[in-house]
Design a protein around this ligand. Structure first.
Ligand code: SR1
Ligand code: MG
Length: 423
């Protein structure tokens, strides 16, 4: 396939014919396309994902569709998201080597990326639903977030490079628009595509939509999201965007990448761990999940600790951008000044991440895009009870984020709410 042909969606039947002469793919999996076995494995909301197995290897072919897969062609979506995903992956690999799948080929016109097949990796969300305790995720994800968020910002890059990159990603308008609406606004009014476990959650939903403090806070967070172009974000860093084995962790799917506030990636990620925590009670048919709940709270503590440690390390060793220049601090012998500034930056990330986490919890229960942690709980009363606890928790951390000072305090609150009866 050449990049010049007009876009055409791939299919299992046609993929070998269409990509049979693609040099990068042939080099990876073998030239004889008649031998290729193709299966479509995409279970996300937006794209086609094929696994292509040849005589000498396997690769993934991911292709954007001109619409939102979850909804259908009534919701058009630009193919250009594939371009942003490609460019985000290359930057993430440069800034946090080994953290994303290797790219073998990118075809902009066909909106497709041929990339490394990760095996035996599975989606982190699935592993957590199964009750698997992965030993390295906190370290790997904490380091990934610190490296990509620090190194994509004015703390590290030259002002010219960052502004050029900011301009490139500024065009990812439609994907930002999804987040701006689906995450920050839709959960708090009767938006068309919203759904929730009904009738069990009807009263709670009405209460949240009437909650003035919560709605103001959600809009303040949306304001930060839309105007604080601090760094190149992954933009959709939840447990469905991470693939794991017991020893390896890889981040995938950065098609929502754009320049936004550092706290957004961190908050969205931690929210998904807290949601996993609240969903565990719904997965206890095969045995209690007390140990899994304790594990998840530990993962949250460790992720935040690793993030802070790595970010602080980069602050001390790689602060070469135009912000908080060393000439103002260390070069004048004022190491403590630089530490004081670091403290402020980390504190801002902390306060904002709690807000982003709180509303991410809400949108996954009240909006269009739910997550499997709760969706796979078949008993609707039980599911609603897990969801109601998560909603209460999300509201508390979003609205009170400026008064919460430690991750232990948040986890203590989560544990208290989780044990409440009658919700
Ligand atoms: C219409 S897209 C819905 C959601 O799926 C993606 O994974 C993002 O999280 C988005 O908000
Ligand atoms: Mg995705």
């Amino acid at each position: 396939m050449t990049g010049k042909l007009p876009f055409e969606a791939l299919s299992v039947e046609m993929l070998s014919t269409r990509l049979g002469t693609n040099e990068a793919l042939c080099a990876k999996i073998g030239k004889d396309a008649t031998q290729w076995k193709v299966r479509e494995v995409g279970d996300g909301n937006l794209n086609l994902v094929f696994v292509v197995e040849g005589a000498s290897g396997t690769a993934v072919v991911k292709q954007a569709l001109p619409y939102v897969r979850l909804v259908g062609d009534s919701w058009p979506l630009p193919l250009k998201r594939s371009f942003f995903e490609y460019h985000a992956l290359t930057r993430q690999e440069a800034r946090a080597p080994g953290s994303v799948p290797a790219i073998h080929h990118f075809d902009e016109a066909q909106a497709l990326i041929i990339m490394e097949y990760l095996s035996p990796h599975i989606i982190l969300r699935r592993a957590l639903i199964e009750g698997r305790q992965l030993p390295n995720i906190a370290r790997d994800i904490g380091v990934f977030m610190a490296r990509t968020l620090f190194r994509g910002s004015d703390l590290s890059m030259t002002a010219r490079d960052r502004k050029a990159d900011l301009a490139l990603f500024a065009d990812n308008v439609e994907l930002c628009d999804i987040t701006e609406n689906l995450v920050f606004s839709d959960p708090y009014f009767d938006a068309k595509m919203n759904r929730h476990t009904s009738p069990q959650l009807d009263a709670v939903v009405a209460e949240l939509r009437a909650d003035r403090d919560l709605k103001v806070e959600a809009q303040r967070l949306k304001h930060i999201f839309a105007s604080n172009a601090e760094t190149l974000l992954h933009g959709d860093l939840h447990s469905g965007s991470i693939m794991v084995t017991d020893t390896e962790t890889r981040m995938i799917d950065p098609e929502f990448a754009f320049y936004g506030p550092m706290a957004f990636d961190v908050g969205m990620l931690l929210a998904n761990f807290w949601m996993s925590f609240f969903s565990q009670r719904g997965h206890e048919q095969q045995g209690k999940r007390d140990a899994m709940r304790a594990y998840l709270l530990d993962v949250i503590v460790e992720t935040w600790a690793v993030f802070r440690a790595e970010f602080s390390h980069l602050w001390r060793t790689e602060r070469t951008g135009m912000l908080y220049q060393k000439s103002l601090f260390e070069d004048q012998g004022d190491r403590l000044g630089a530490e004081q500034a670091l403290d402020h930056v980390l504190h801002q990330i902390w306060t904002d991440l709690l807000g982003f986490a709180g509303i991410e919890v809400h949108r996954r229960i009240l909006g269009l895009a739910h997550n499997a942690d709760f969706e796979t709980i078949a008993d609707e009363d039980l599911r609603a009870s897990c969801e109601a606890k998560a909603l209460k928790f999300g509201r508390h951390i979003a609205v009170n984020r400026r008064q919460i000072h430690s991750i232990d305090e948040v986890n203590y609150l989560a544990a208290l709410i989780e044990q409440e009866s009658g919700i």
